[in-house]
Structure formats: structure tokens, C-alpha cells
Design a protein around this ligand. Structure first.
Ligand SMILES: NC(=O)c1ccc[n+]([C@@H]2O[C@H](COP(=O)([O-])OP(=O)(O)OC[C@H]3O[C@@H](n4cnc5c(N)ncnc54)[C@H](O)[C@@H]3O)[C@@H](O)[C@H]2O)c1
Ligand SMILES: O=C(O)C(=O)C[C@@H](O)[C@H](O)[C@H](O)COP(=O)(O)O
Ligand SMILES: [Zn+2]
Length: 348
């Protein structure tokens, strides 16, 4: 199978570059995957840049990042007799880029896909690095494959239709990148406050941080686990609340809470000073509301961390901070201490 240029393009020229990639003769058919919101808010902007294509739509939301949605995508590809030279364009947030990437990576054992991320979260994180997948039995990203997209085309203009809550959710992953790799940016932003008019520079810096780590360890055998800071507790919380109608939270909101818990675990081990812990908490609570749960629920939530992908057997391996700006992975944390971290968060 001929490879397209593997590139990440960020800026107002990104869609022109997408157009030139899709017009290469090596492309037999183009499929554009959208969700019920991006078809309305993002497809009109992209349409002019696309060659003839088939539109495939899934319902919006994390609750649709499922096998049932994959089924519908694979059906469309099959009905249209997509061959191995077809390309899937994933136009949407992290749900579309994760699910569309997974569908493409498995259809006929793998066809090419490109990511056109339309949320801040997908622009700074989900579209980069080749983790694709879906949720299964309530567990986050339980089924998936590593497969790099043939290109990532990031146009910040998409963010103009995104609501404030979704922007903040993406911002959590930006803060994560600072906490694991860029103490200076965290210190600057902590003092400056969060007023962003043009996201382009923040997107560029975040993508560079992630890309640098992914290139060193694409399959997450070691270093890449630092990108999972906040996610051991965050995914447990997100999975738990996804199963509770009316209490669902966004991925970034869960990661923000998870980062507070995992910063506390770092401080418990003497790896983060009390002052650094406080700086992280004050900053995160200045952006994110507290996630609501009761003390009685903490043990059940903590148990969900036993399904985390970084674990070995029954040992929960967390990524913790060794000072702001440096992360260490494979730090064993007993499930009872995850419960304690959630209780600490609850008391704040
Ligand atoms: N693969 C990775 O490395 C990676 C990294 C981080 C997160 N993720 C995954 O990403 C997912 C979260 O992504 P997300 O926050 O983008 O959620 P999402 O895809 O559900 O998008 C959020 C909402 O915004 C809507 N939307 C998208 N673009 C819009 C636009 N421009 N204007 C208006 N509405 C728009 C969507 O329809 C949806 O309702 C989670 O499933 C998470 O696990 C994956
Ligand atoms: O790219 C990575 O590696 C990450 O861990 C980035 C995370 O922000 C992202 O949420 C990822 O999907 C989590 O992966 P998982 O392996 O914990 O499901
Ligand atoms: Zn994440």
C-alpha cells in the first residue's frame, strides 16, 4: 500500500495541504467521517477542499465511541466497495479521530486515514501519535490499535464554533503537557491567567511536546506513558460517570481531576513539594469545576483503575510528577491509595 506523506500541518493553510494530499493519484476513493455536530459546524468549511467523496456520519458523543458506530462505518466502506487505496478523512473531535482511525486501521487489515481535528482536545492531543480505538464494556479505549495517520491537518478556525466547556476540556491536555514537560510554560500561564485569543501557538507547542515523546516511543513501551499523567484516576472517573446517566463528564474534565489526584500521590512520595501541589490545584480549580462524587463511591471508582493499560497484572502503574515539568512512569500505587487520592480530591 502506497504511503501518503506523513505530515502534521498547523495553521490556516492546513486545508490546502489536505486538498493536495487527497488529490494524489494513489487515492481511489475518499470517505469523510463526521459526527452529528461536525457535519453542521465543520463540514461546510472543509467541503470546498475535498475531491469527490462519500460522507459517513455517526452520532456525536463519547457514548457513541462504540463497536456499534464502527459497525456502521465498516458497513458504509463495504457498501461502497472501498479498496486498499481508499482514504478516510476523520473530521471531528477525539471521538471521531479515535474511532475513524480504528475503523480505517482494521478495514481490510488497514487503509489510510487522515485526521482533521476540530476540537481543541483533538488538535493538541487526540489526532497526534496514532492511538486509535473505542470504549468497550464501559472501559475507556479498551479496544484499539496503534496506527499513525497519513497526515494531520489542524486548522484553528474550527475552534470558533466550539463552546467554552469543550475548549476547557482540551485545555486540560495542554496543561498536562506543561506539567510533564514544560515547567516554564506552566509558570508563565499560572501568572498570566487563561485568556487566549489565538490558540495557534499553544496548539503548536502542545503538538511538538507530544510528537517528540511519541517519536521516541511510539508503542508506549516506556517513555510514552508520561503522556498518560492524570489518566489512571481520570479514566476511572470518566468510565464510572459515563455509566451514570446525567453525571457524564468530558474527558478533559476527568483528566483535570485525575491530575490533582496524581499530583497528590506524587507529593505523598516526596516527589512534589507542598507548594508545587498547591500551585497545580489552584491553577486547575481556577479553570475546572470540581467533579462531583461522594466518599462512598471512591472505592468503586478506584477499582476501575485495575483495567488501566499501563498496569502489570494487579499492579496499578501510575505516571507521577517528579517536580513540575518532569514525569516518571511505572510508579506502583496500591488501589487503596487511589481511593485515598480520590478522597483527598473530594475534601478539597
Ligand atoms: N488518541 C489519543 O491520543 C487521544 C488523546 C486524548 C483524548 N482522546 C479521546 O478523545 C475523546 C475526546 O475528544 P473530544 O473532547 O474532542 O470529544 P468529542 O469528539 O466528543 O467532541 C466534543 C463535542 O464537540 C463537538 N464538536 C467537534 N468539533 C466541533 C466544532 N468545531 N464546533 C462545534 N462542535 C464541535 C462534537 O460533536 C462533540 O459533541 C475521548 O474519547 C478521549 O478518550 C484520545
Ligand atoms: O497519546 C497518549 O499516549 C496518551 O496517553 C494521550 C492521552 O491524552 C489520551 O487520552 C489517550 O487516548 C489515553 O490512552 P490510553 O492508552 O490510556 O487509553
Ligand atoms: Zn487524554
Amino acid at each position: 500500500m502506497k504511503k501518503l506523506d506523513n505530515r502534521i500541518s498547523i495553521g490556516f493553510q492546513a486545508l490546502d495541504e489536505l486538498a493536495s494530499v487527497l488529490r494524489q493519484p494513489a487515492v481511489s476513493q475518499v470517505f469523510v467521517l463526521v459526527d452529528s455536530n461536525t457535519v453542521q459546524h465543520c463540514y461546510p468549511l472543509v467541503k470546498a477542499y475535498l475531491p469527490e467523496h462519500t460522507l459517513v456520519e455517526i452520532p456525536a458523543g463519547e457514548e457513541h465511541k462504540t463497536l456499534a458506530s464502527c459497525d456502521s462505518v465498516w458497513c458504509r466502506l463495504t457498501e461502497k466497495a472501498a479498496d486498499r487505496f481508499a482514504v478516510v478523512v476523520n473530521l471531528g473531535g477525539g471521538v471521531v479521530t479515535d474511532l475513524g482511525g480504528f475503523c480505517a486501521a482494521t478495514y481490510k487489515r488497514g487503509i489510510r486515514f487522515v485526521q482533521v481535528p476540530t476540537t481543541l482536545l483533538a488538535q493538541v492531543d487526540a489526532s497526534v501519535g496514532g492511538k486509535t480505538g473505542i470504549d468497550f464494556l464501559g472501559f475507556k479505549n479498551q479496544i484499539g490499535v496503534f496506527q499513525e495517520p497519513a497526515g494531520v491537518f489542524i486548522d484553528p478556525r474550527f475552534l470558533t464554533t466550539l463552546d467554552g466547556r469543550q475548549l476547557k476540556s482540551g485545555y486540560a491536555e495542554v496543561v498536562k503537557h506543561w506539567l510533564i514537560a514544560d515547567a516554564e510554560a506552566f509558570a508563565f500561564q499560572r501568572h498570566a491567567g487563561v485568556v487566549v485569543e489565538d490558540w495557534t501557538d499553544i496548539i503548536r507547542a502542545s503538538v511538538a511536546t507530544k510528537q517528540h515523546i511519541v517519536e521516541a516511543d511510539p508503542l508506549e513501551s516506556g517513555l510514552r506513558k508520561v503522556l498518560n499523567f492524570g489518566h489512571t484516576v481520570g479514566h476511572a472517573l470518566e468510565s464510572y460517570l459515563l455509566q451514570q446517566p446525567g453525571r457524564e463528564i468530558l474527558h478533559g474534565e476527568a483528566v483535570a481531576a485525575g491530575m490533582v489526584c496524581e499530583a497528590w500521590l506524587s507529593a505523598q512520595r516526596g516527589m512534589l513539594s507542598a507548594q508545587e501541589l498547591e500551585q497545580i490545584e489552584v491553577f486547575l480549580f481556577s479553570v475546572f469545576e470540581k467533579v462531583q462524587f461522594v466518599t462512598l463511591e471512591t472505592a468503586v471508582i478506584a477499582q476501575l483503575a485495575l483495567q488501566d493499560k499501563k498496569n502489570s497484572g494487579t499492579t496499578i502503574n501510575c505516571t507521577l510528577l517528579d517536580g513540575i515539568g518532569k514525569a516518571v512512569y511505572d510508579q506502583p500505587v496500591p488501589v487503596a491509595e487511589i481511593t485515598e487520592a480520590l478522597r483527598y480530591y473530594h475534601r478539597l
